[in-house]
Design a protein around this ligand. Structure first.
Ligand code: NAD
Length: 315
């Protein structure tokens, strides 16, 4: 193919495995590595060349992509495991993992100090998007780095948005997912309240989906079975977007808000609720399954207090 590149790929898990396979399928030479031998073997069967170490991945690569669980893995590879040290000067490092904004900026700095160029480019679209090549990328870094990465990312996704300088991609990702986490809880609470008020799921859906309550959490990932046949609620909350990943992203958003001195009150409460759900019944379930635990939450005492004239009733 025209524009064939040698791409190093570290982290061949749920997301990285299908992404590396798609790059190989698009005609790039892909050299991959993962700590789990079975994942490496699956990637090899899809056309990826196996490397014995992360450093081996970087040697000879034009672009190095990482798709790892957290910031400490990215920084560990960049700094201690020799990923940066093994690359040719000026190699472009694209980290697609979802990590802390501060860690992303530290990764940019480490890359720059080693004579490399970097882009943070987290994704949305999940495993289905990784397999189908329909991910959305949100990128942070220089214009030139984004322009160089774009043709590679085009094999993996339908859209790449350049959000700004180092860390801006991660910032966009956690802000978006904070909207999603809060709105899923709002939609779920509305269905639970509607149930208690004798409202059918379908009636509430028909109104809210055509009114100002309309949002993705309602119309695509509806947390109750019935109104949206394709939503995870119709298959006992099989993910989809797993609750532990939502808990992780909301935790990153809460950390970033604290560091930036911003009171994201609903975002922080959503982080707490998702952390509890993900550690309990939501461990292997879609994030919309939180509706099942919200139904059982005890009513706080203040909610039962009588409404008096002093409360104010301006609205
Ligand atoms: P995963 O755990 O399936 O994959 C991560 C892989 O990295 C694992 O296979 C692990 O063995 C490998 N790894 C870790 N340290 C390594 C090292 N030092 N050297 C080589 N390999 C190493 O995770 P995932 O679901 O693929 O998610 C990856 C990233 O994408 C995460 O940051 C996640 O938040 C983000 N993300 C995931 C989804 C999703 O739906 N799964 C959606 C959007 C974003």
């Amino acid at each position: 193919m025209n524009g064939r590149r040698t791409i190093g790929f570290v982290g061949l898990g749920h997301m990285g495995g299908p992404m590396a396979a798609r790059l190989a399928g698009a005609g790039h030479r892909v050299v991959g590595h993962d700590l789990v031998p079975e994942l490496l073997a699956t990637a090899v069967a899809a056309g990826v060349e196996a490397a014995g170490s992360a450093a081996e991945v970087a040697a000879g690569a034009d672009v190095v992509i990482t798709m790892l669980p957290a910031g400490r893995h990215v920084l560990g590879l960049y700094r201690e495991e020799g990923l940066l040290a093994a690359a040719r000067p000026g190699t472009l490092f694209v980290d697609c993992s979802t990590i802390d904004v501060a860690d992303a900026r530290a990764a940019h700095e480490a890359a720059g100090a080693a004579g490399m160029r970097a882009l943070d480019a987290p994704v949305s679209g999940g495993v289905v998007g990784a397999e189908a090549g329909t991910l959305t990328f949100m990128a942070g870094g220089g214009e030139a780095e984004f322009a160089e990465a774009e043709p590679v990312l085009a094999a993996l996704g339908k859209r790449a948005v350049h959000c700004g300088g180092p860390g801006a991609g991660q910032a966009a990702k956690i802000c978006n997912n904070m909207i999603l986490g809060v709105s899923m809880i709002a939609v779920s609470e509305a269905f639970v309240l509607g149930e208690r008020l004798g409202l059918s799921h379908q009636a509430l859906y028909d109104v809210a989906s055509a009114a100002s309550g309309q949002c993705w959490a309602l119309t695509t990932n509806c947390p109750v079975p019935g109104p949206v046949p394709g939503s995870p609620a119709n298959r006992d909350y099989r993910p989809g977007f797993a609750a532990p990943l939502m808990a992780k992203d909301l935790g990153l958003a809460a950390d970033a808000a604290r560091a930036a001195g911003v009171a994201t009150e609903l975002g922080s409460r959503a982080a707490e609720l998702y952390a509890a759900y993900a550690e309990g019944p939501g461990q292997a379930r879609d994030f919309s399954g939180i509706v099942t635990t919200l139904r059982e939450h005890p009513v706080p005492p203040a909610a039962g207090a009588p409404h008096t004239a002093q409360d104010g009733d301006g609205a």
